[in-house]
Design a binder for this molecule. Structure first.
Ligand code: MGD
Ligand code: MGD
Ligand code: MO
Length: 810
């Protein structure tokens, strides 16, 4: 989240799109309701009516996978009617920047596309620069290559008629939403966008969010109270795990994972440290070398020296272009290329797309270690329905794991608040906390490796040089994450002693004098105040109280800043655009309120800086040339679509989407395949948790939601001769699932390109290990992913359904 939960209460309009916040993020929704009580319009755009829709001002159903058309239409509406916040757009975004002459867009494709590799050469999208390396600008906007003009031209096609035809949203509903949300383009109004999986789980997932960024920049909604883009996150600590590089392409703190082509630390830094010629740009990522060096120092301790590149050579390296995401990992496993591995706290045989394929992929392993609390579809894969345990070669080791209440440590919520989680009881039986297991496991592996350096080859140092404690102690780990001074140093006129905690990441160094296992958390544990994640202090200044900032409750990264980009909430002289809900203000030569995004004076003053400090050029990116699939979001149909033609262009689906093709399960429907005319979307339930392996073991929860079902409209049910409660067979090109029909007005047929389009929805929590529950909906979903993240398209694929002649599984 750019903002945080309590801040949602400050919004004048709340657009919930691709999220069922009331059911899956009830704490965030508490603040949505507070905003509504104060008069905010709450809009829910979602294929299905849910408890979120019920509590919103109105619900707008749309066809799954058409959000770019929907938001592109909003973008055009704002530009055509000049509803944008002019000063903000002109001063704080890249609206006036000139796009280079190599950029073009024709019939669904941007310039620089290599059709064979399905990849763009992004250099085609660069800005035009002068001889000093400064981006050229035209504040008069006369040049057609100004970003604002390029943007307007791109979304010219997104008129109400076409958007309505594609999304299935009526024109009345479109204008109702556009008017309500665009009304926040005034300086003293704020609108927030809350999204979650309805946006990310698509082959255009990242561009969905990019477009929200564009709309929020046009309306001047970043940095302000009640604004921003707010990703409501998933698993309890998914924010923390992402910060610590749960994704294969990163190392902790959002630095790219090293590639084999970056042979030295210097090469790594050069490739990953942005430079700008503009002195008014803070360009915060120019500090990356400090964070990466401190990370290496944290990993390798005394071994890491300047002479040995701080141990950089010991890091595993990816081949350029190598995709190690789940999609490709399970594909490699399916091909027999992976021998064994560890699965901890995850049930991929149930929760990952194309689970028929995943289950067979796991069969190919020689050995598998699962860290679990419960038996589930992954631990017990070898005895699943239809499989012969005698033929399964996989040796499975089940490590009983401690449960939530049995361990302590930090957890970061969606709003980046870092909070201590206390242990209630010691782990029971033989179960252990994961940190404990891994430290001991690695300790034993290291003992084995220490015996024979010759046999180990290159792995010897990789395994043995890490600075690993003998015992896992969460409190000590939190300190290591914050980081220490590794020797006595003097910075400015201040002296720091070896072993002292680093007070904040601005003090991290490139010379090895500091360590930190994740720079964004540096500052969260101090010598003076201790572990700030444990703070529960509700005091605040009157200014902070007006926007419920609570800066002393826990600690938020970065540097306890609660609202990111808050420098954009004030005008060029530091005066809040909305004095009633000021986030920061320049008073008596310094900033008051939240921790400002950069301590320098306001932009128009001497030494003033641009507000978007994480962007190389300091401006919010209406035009953003960094993504794999284009500098501007464009509507493409999902990988499987009921349409035979994309009405926006000749390019049917995302030209860069990730696909795999090795097996019979990797098939995708042809566009408009008459055998599978219905759009399926999938989701979580209030009563269950994710893959359901925990909650299916809770009798009360199972009683509340006992078995696999499919939500369908009365119209579809009638067409198919299905009654509420009938068992139906749902089929895709990849598999078959049985489910009980729930015939409900919560699902509506939509008018798409002049035809009636049916949508159905199914939860993904029911699996075979709990008898009479049914089995995974993911046996239907396809192996396709977003080109930037490879997140699979769980939210839109094609199916058909019929009444079951005979009930076999349920
Ligand atoms: N009780 C409970 N809470 C949970 C979870 C749980 O399982 N149970 N899971 C947690 C996890 S890991 C996560 S990631 C989050 C998930 O939180 P959410 O993202 O809220 O969950 P979903 O139900 O997957 O999807 C949200 C909504 O997206 C809609 N949707 C589907 N396709 C589209 C589309 O193309 N466009 C739009 N605009 N909307 C679409 C669905 O109808 C659904 O209402 O919740 C977390 N919280
Ligand atoms: N069709 C469809 N599929 C989806 C989604 C969707 O919307 N639609 N959503 C996707 C999303 S957002 C997510 S996050 C994934 C979730 O998918 P999974 O990661 O598979 O989800 P969980 O059910 O949370 O699985 C976690 C496992 O961890 C175990 N566990 C719980 N606590 C602990 C612990 O402290 N230690 C250990 N070792 N184990 C523990 C639980 O018993 C459970 O088996 O599913 C994805 N799959
Ligand atoms: Mo999730």
């Amino acid at each position: 989240m750019t903002n945080h939960y309590t801040d949602i209460g400050n919004a004048d309009a709340v657009l919930i799109i691709g999220s069922n916040a009331a059911e899956h993020h009830p704490i965030s929704f508490r603040w949505v309701l507070k905003a509504k009580e104060k008069g905010a319009t709450v809009i829910h755009v979602d294929p299905k009516f849910s408890r979120t829709s019920a509590r919103s001002s109105y619900h707008v159903p749309l066809r799954s996978g058409t959000d770019i058309a929907f938001m592109g239409g909003m973008c055009k509406y704002i530009l055509d009617k000049k509803l944008y916040f002019n000063d903000y757009v002109m001063n704080y975004t890249n609206a006036t920047f000139l796009v280079g002459e190599k950029f073009s867009f024709k019939d669904g494709l941007f310039s620089g596309f290599d059709a064979e590799k399905k990849k763009y050469d992004k250099s085609f999208w660069a800005f035009e620069k002068d001889e000093k390396g400064m981006v050229k600008r035209d504040a008069t906007l006369a040049n057609p290559r100004c970003v604002l003009n390029v943007l307007a031209k791109h979304y010219e096609r997104y008129n109400l008629d076409l958007v309505s035809q594609v999304t299935g949203v009526s024109k009345e509903n479109l204008t109702k939403v556009y008017d309500a949300f665009a009304a926040t383009g005034k300086p003293d109004k704020a609108g927030t966008i809350l999204y979650a999986l309805g946006w990310t789980q698509h082959t255009v997932g990242v561009q969905n969010i990019r477009l929200a960024g564009i709309v929020q920049l046009l309306l001047g909604n970043f940095g302000v109270a009640g604004g921003g883009i707010n990703a409501l996150r998933g698993e309890p600590n998914v924010q923390g795990s992402t910060d610590h590089a749960l994704l294969y392409g990163y190392i902790p703190g959002y630095h790219n994972a090293p590639l084999a082509t970056w042979k030295t630390l210097d090469e790594y830094m050069k490739a990953n440290t942005p430079v700008t010629a503009d002195p008014k740009s803070v360009n915060w990522w120019s500090n990356r070398p400090k964070y990466v060096t401190s990370l290496l120092k944290g990993w390798f301790g005394d071994y890491a020296t300047k002479e040995n590149d701080f141990g950089y050579a010991l890091l595993p390296k990816l081949d350029p272009g190598m995709d190690c995401s789940h999609l490709f990992l399970f594909d490699r496993m399916y091909q027999g290329k992976i021998k064994g591995g560890f699965i901890f706290g995850h049930n991929p045989c149930q929760s990952f797309v194309n689970s028929n394929k995943v289950r067979q992929a796991v069969d190919k392993l020689d050995w598998l270690v699962v860290g679990e609390v419960f038996h589930n579809e992954t631990t017990d894969n070898w005895r699943r329905p239809g499989a012969d345990p005698k033929k399964c070669k996989t040796e499975v080791f089940l490590l009983p794991s401690a449960y939530r209440a049995e361990k302590e440590g930090t957890i970061s919520n969606s709003g980046r608040w870092h909070m201590w989680h206390y242990k209630a009881i010691e782990p029971i039986g033989q179960s252990r906390a994961m940190g404990d297991m891994f430290v001991q496991l690695m300790g034993r592996v290291r003992k084995l490796y220490a015996k024979d350096a010759k046999k180990n080859g290159a792995l010897h140092d990789q395994v043995l040089k890490h600075d690993i404690p003998e015992k896992f102690v969460a409190e000590e780990m939190t300190k290591k994450i914050n980081g220490f001074f590794t020797r006595d140093v003097k910075i400015g006129d201040k002296e720091y002693k070896k072993g002292q905690l680093v007070p904040g990441f601005p003090l991290l160094q490139t010379d090895g004098s500091t360590s930190s296992l994740c720079w964004v958390y540096c500052g969260g544990y101090t010598d003076a105040e201790g572990n700030l994640a444990k703070r529960r202090d509700l005091t605040q200044t009157p200014m902070q109280a007006k926007i419920s900032l609570y800066p002393k409750f826990s600690w938020a990264w970065p540097m306890n800043r609660r609202v990111l980009y808050n420098r954009a909430s004030v005008d060029l002289n530091g005066k809040p655009y909305n004095p009633e809900k000021a986030v920061i203000a320049w008073e008596d030569g310094k900033w008051a309120g939240d921790v400002p995004d950069g301590a320098q004076p306001p932009m128009a003053m001497e030494g003033g800086k641009y507000p978007f400090i994480m962007c190389t050029d300091g401006h919010g990116q209406l035009y953003g040339p960094g993504r794999e699939d284009g500098p501007l979001p464009e509507h493409y149909e999902p990988a499987e679509t009921p349409l035979t033609k994309n009405p926006f262009s000749a390019q049917m689906s995302n030209p860069c989407m990730k696909t795999v093709s090795g097996s019979e399960f990797d098939k995708l429907c042809a566009n408009g395949d008459p055998r599978f005319p219905i759009v399926l979307t999938t989701y979580c339930l209030t009563e269950h948790w994710c893959s359901g392996s925990e909650t299916r073991n809770g009798p009360a929860l199972l009683e509340a939601e006992p078995q696999q079902y499919i939500e369908m409209s009365p119209q579809l049910a009638q067409e198919k001769g299905i009654k509420n409660g009938d068992v139906v067979i749902v089929e895709s090109l990849r598999g078959k699932v049985e489910a009980v029909a729930m015939v409900t007005v919560r699902m509506k047929p939509l008018q798409v390109m002049g035809k009636t389009q049916h949508l159905v929805g199914m939860p993904f929590c029911f699996g075979w290990t709990k008898p009479k529950c049914g089995d995974a909906v993911n046996r239907l979903t396809p192996s396709v992913g977003d080109p930037n993240t490879t997140i699979p398209e769980y939210k839109a694929c094609l199916v058909n359904l019929r009444k079951a002649d005979k009930v076999t599984e349920l």
